[in-house]
Design a protein around this ligand. Structure first.
Ligand code: URA
Length: 209
């Protein structure tokens, strides 16, 4: 399995282009993020552990494949992570959910933790951390550090956009964490924003700024 998976599917790319447009309003941005999160969830969950359960079709009994759903945790990196979380949770409603609150100090670009809550039994779960933007990688690495401290050993990172700098930083700090994204963008600018990017994901989602 590759450390980085870019989902090139036409629907993902089309919706992402709509999200990037500066004139796309918050309500459409959120709706598109929700739709893309379903498509990205398909990719990030492709090797989830399965089990079987005996069911009865109208014709006969069978051992049917089902998700080993109790063993999954979704962790939203606040606040923008919630936009991806909602969509993924619609597809996997039985997943447990955790939250990591980190904000980026605008001068140092370093993450500052203000909240952490994880489900029990993190060591037994496939953990999918979600954050739309993998920029410098500082917050993502700090979030994964916290999840590992809480016992997680099987972690995936789902984002909408990634910068090469963030991917490299994650690979260096957490080579075991697979990253799934809709786009590997060009670079970071001097303010730590992804370019061409889509701006501040939280502001775009919630109309703040
Ligand atoms: N966070 C964002 O919301 N956007 C960026 O471009 C970088 C970090």
């Amino acid at each position: 399995m590759s450390h980085l998976t870019v989902v090139h599917h036409p629907l993902v790319q089309h919706k992402l282009s709509l999200m990037r447009r500066v004139e796309t309003p918050s309500n459409q941005f959120r709706q598109l993020l929700r739709e893309i999160s379903h498509l990205l969830a398909y990719e990030v969950t492709r090797d989830l552990p399965m089990t079987t359960r005996e069911i009865e079709t109208p014709l006969q009994k069978m051992d049917a494949p089902v998700l080993d759903g109790k063993k999954l945790a979704l962790v939203s990196i606040l606040r923008a992570g919630n936009g991806l979380l909602d969509g993924v949770l619609e597809l996997i409603p039985s997943a447990r959910v955790g939250f990591v609150g980190l904000y980026r100090d605008e001068e140092t670009l370093k993450p500052v933790q203000y909240y952490f809550k994880a489900p029990e039994g993190m060591n037994e779960r496939v953990v999918i951390a979600v954050d739309p933007m993998l920029a410098t990688g500082n917050s993502s690495v700090a979030a994964i550090d916290l999840l590992k401290k809480a016992g997680a050993t099987n972690i995936k990172f789902l984002c909408l956009l990634a910068a090469p700098e963030g991917v490299a930083r994650m690979k260096d700090a957490h080579p075991d964490v697979q990253i799934v994204t809709a786009s590997l963008d060009e670079k970071l600018n001097d303010l730590g924003y992804i370019v061409p990017g889509l701006g501040d994901a939280g502001d775009r989602m919630y109309g703040t700024k």
